[in-house]
Design a protein around this ligand. Sequence first.
Ligand SMILES: [Zn+2]
Length: 436
Amino acid sequence: MKTKLRPVIGLEVHIEQNTKTKMFCGCPAIHYAVPANTHTCPVCLGLPGALPKANKLAVENILKLGLALGCKINLYSKFDRKHYFYPDLPKGYQITQYEAPFCSAGRWEAPDSPSVNITRIHLEEDTGKLIHKTVGGQKLSLVDFNRSGVPLIELVTGPDFETSEQVTAFLKEIRKIVRHLGISTADMDKGSMRLEANVSVSTTKKLPDYKVELKNINSFKFLAKAVDSEIARQTKLIHEGKRIAQETRGFDEAAGGTLSQRTKEEAKDYRYFPEPDLPPIRLSQEYVTGLKTNLPKSPSETIHELASWGVSWQAATIIVKDRARLNYLYDVRSIDNSVDLKSIANLIVNKNVDKKYKDPNDLLASIVKSAGNLSLEAKQMTKFINEVLIENPKAAEDFRLGKTNVVGFLLGKFMQKSAGRGDPKEVSKRFFDRLK
Ligand SMILES: [Zn+2]
């Protein structure tokens, strides 16, 4: 008899923030396509005696993400040193959070998916970057410290996934939320969002006593492939009665499978201890409540809101991905809340009117001027005219008796229904045409 096997998958997601400056110094945080080692200072180069100072915006950003994912915000939080030796880490330790992260115990729920526990979300500094190249026949490893000290968010989930499809759906949602909050570009090809999965296969109801960490994966597609091939590899080993080693593996696209990189370290190997150069951070409840109140709506909440204003689902889904376009649509509505937002949204998506008319006032003015009156569709106009005529049969009779000024009365009724929309000349003409 075959044992019933169950894949157990947990995720670690690194998200690089898009703050102007780095986590613990004033150097510019941008490092993509920048000449090597130009955004550095004694702090992010780890020179002796340099003192770090925490970036307030980076802290605010991680709290926003925690709140958006329903996490508990820890009012007392601190930074720790995680020790390891690698050439991209000049201090010999990374400043991160171990015992007291900013956010913990969140929960992400979505239809058609298992609910996911967010174990913790903590703040740390990014490392430098190693560049391997051959110069004059000589193999060189170069280090660029521009990325050293860039604010990095690490999000850790519970072992709550069973398939690569569930993993991908969750990660796409996280990317959407992060972009919507405006805290990271989350571009995977530029390394702003990096994925790791812990995969094991359980033969019992309990969690397995090992996990294999899949590291350094830079696309949803590769992660799904890596997870699937890792589940297959472990399942085969279990069927052969073999023990599975706790280790870190990378995904080899050419081989179509995962390859062992190193045995996995445990927490004790890192000799964590509290960062003595940074005081613990104490947040007031009022501050956290204020952040929560001002949190932008989630993408799906926003799509629902736009749909409730008449915007098509399709246009809403496109606009919500672009903060600038979304703000533009909100601006239009705040200038004139009787405007036909469905047409405006379609014009933004199909004709880029937000680029043509930078100021939403100009767009609205152009719409009124072009009296084809986009704010009232022809179909809607016909509907109102029909309703007015049905509801006022006496007016139609009066018209036939020669009292043509009754059209003014019908126009008034029309405007009540359309909340003032519709070109009066056009509407009057149509009443005349219908009555004569
Ligand atoms: Zn610096």
